[in-house]
Design a protein around this ligand. Structure first.
Ligand code: PGA
Length: 251
């Protein structure tokens, strides 16, 4: 069996955070310094408006920065959108693409998500490609079929696959306090791993698969110990330094 990739604990701040909130990220950085340096990669994806300033404040801390979305084009007439190059230009190393909130609120389909992932790779960013079923899809027994189809449709066809990250986030677990059972997580992550290996061969073994959906300090250790769970994508709990640090320490 291939050695497991280094874990990644990523915070997705969503549409939360003004400049003053950067202090919270600085608190996280202070807590994971020196002998408390975690044995995993740590990432915060703040709103793009504070990304550059957060980068300056964090300096050379252990925290990487990422965007929450990017447009699939390099530049052009797309009012309100941001390109992957723009995010890279202000210090982002990663970008989330295809989050279920964007799939729902902005009608993003798999082809769009794939184009965004390819744009991210071209800009030198690591795309975090999100997939996940809704509650009714799980209840009707279609969870695997839905997630496999989303993944196959959203994975980049161009660019270096070594740097992609996949996040499995059951929609019904996001922000609800409900999490998938360890058995469900293990089975879904195994299926995702299989798809990645089928697509990319050996490289697929090393692609990180994050779990997301109500990851909290009290369930992080159990979730992060599951086979093929190579980290977590954390929403609500990443807004609080204390809670985010506890999740990082569980990895
Ligand atoms: P949550 O969000 O941790 O608040 O459930 C996770 C996500 O949407 O990435």
């Amino acid at each position: 069996m291939a050695t497991a990739p280094r874990k990644l604990v990523a915070g997705n701040w969503k549409m939360n955070g003004l400049r003053a909130s950067i202090d919270e990220a600085v608190r996280v950085a202070d807590r994971i310094e020196g002998e408390n340096t975690p044995d995993c990669d740590v990432l915060i994806c703040p709103p793009a408006t504070i990304l550059a300033q957060m980068g300056w404040r964090l300096g050379d801390s252990a925290i990487g920065l990422g965007g929450q979305d990017c447009h699939q084009d390099k530049s052009g007439a797309h009012t309100g959108d941001l390109s992957a190059d723009m995010l890279a230009d202000v210090g982002a190393k990663y970008v989330i693409v295809g989050h279920s909130e964007r799939r729902a609120d902005h009608h993003e389909d798999d082809a769009t998500v794939r184009a965004k992932a390819e744009a991210a790779l071209e800009a030198g960013l690591l795309p975090i490609i999100c997939v996940g079923e809704t509650e009714s899809q799980r209840e009707s027994g279609d969870a695997y079929q839905v997630v496999i189809a989303q993944l196959v449709g959203s994975l980049p066809q161009e660019g270096k696959p070594e740097t992609i990250v996949v996040a499995y986030e059951p929609v019904w677990a996001i922000g609800t306090g409900k999490t998938a059972s360890p058995t469900d997580v293990e089975q879904m992550h195994a299926v995702i791993r299989k798809v990645l290996v089928e697509r990319y061969g050996e490289i697929g073994e090393g692609i990180r698969i994050l779990y997301g959906g109500s990851v909290k300090p009290d369930n992080a250790a159990e979730l992060l110990a599951i086979e093929n769970v190579d980290g977590a994508l954390v929403g609500g709990a990443s807004l609080n330094a204390e809670q985010f640090v506890a999740i990082i320490q569980a990895a």
